[in-house]
Design a protein. Structure first.
Length: 255
């Protein structure tokens, strides 16, 4: 079982520590040991249900790129590796602060090196957006709230020692326009057969409405799809999904 009780992690200035010297004593008190954690994307332990829940909550942030999901997935995988709860939004501020402080210090890229400074700041920004838009109605901000000053000081000190770069996962390379034309020309995507039509609907809903998980597809109903400005040149579709206050993504008419 995962523990929600975090041991006290006293703040230790990073200038007095090295990556290979995580065990120190401060006035006779044994400081908690922090060890680098390599983000091995080929070894994932988060359950399918937890991933689906995370992705649904990420979509509440209104972000259409994959960076926020990648940052949250990395943080939750780290929580699992450290035997902490992945439902970190349920933690009190002091415990979450200590959790973030340790994560900022320990996380490493797949090569075993520290991430670039902008990537580290991106982790905090993604986690903050996730919390602010979470259905649990989180009432604090991990960037500006003084209760998270210790974690933010650690992040700043770590980021200063890193090259200023952004290394967030860019995802799979986009399909080229010639390849996309071949998919339509070959009938792989189209309306000529039931299977090609099914693929076409999958393609459009994934591209325009970001429908990805099996649970999302199963929850869709015909009434969720709405045509606006019917018969006009600017007509478009919107898709409303369970848990969303409004439909923000749209599929425009292409002519």
């Amino acid at each position: 079982p995962l523990s929600t009780d975090l041991p006290a992690i006293p703040y230790l200035p990073l200038d007095s520590r090295s990556d290979n010297d995580d065990n120190s004593e401060d006035e006779g008190t044994q400081v908690a040991s922090w060890h680098p954690w390599v983000n091995d994307e080929s070894a994932r332990a988060l359950s399918v249900d937890k991933v689906a829940e995370m992705e649904e909550n990420c979509r509440r942030c209104g972000r259409k790129d994959n960076s926020i999901r990648w940052c949250l997935r990395t943080f939750k995988e780290w929580c699992l590796a450290r035997h902490r709860t992945t439902d970190f939004e349920t933690l009190p501020c002091d415990q979450l602060c200590r959790l973030l402080q340790q994560f900022y210090y320990e996380v490493r890229n797949p090569s075993g090196n520290r991430y670039g400074g902008l990537t580290l700041l991106g982790f905090r920004s993604a986690i903050n957006s996730y919390l602010l838009n979470h259905p649990a109605n989180i009432n604090f901000n991990i960037v500006s709230d003084k209760r998270f000053s210790t974690a933010n000081k650690t992040l700043q000190k770590v980021a200063k020692k890193c090259p200023m770069g952004f290394e967030a996962k860019q995802g799979i390379k986009a399909v080229s326009v010639p390849d996309l034309k071949r998919l339509f020309a070959s009938g792989t995507l189209g309306r000529s057969t039931p299977i090609s039509l099914q693929r076409l609907i999958w393609f459009y809903f994934t591209i325009h409405f970001h429908v990805k998980t099996t649970n999302e597809w199963l929850a869709l109903e015909k009434k969720d799809l709405t045509l606006h400005n019917k018969g006009r040149d600017d007509e478009y579709f919107t898709l409303k999904r369970p848990g969303w206050a409004s439909a923000t993504d749209r599929m425009e008419r292409t002519g």
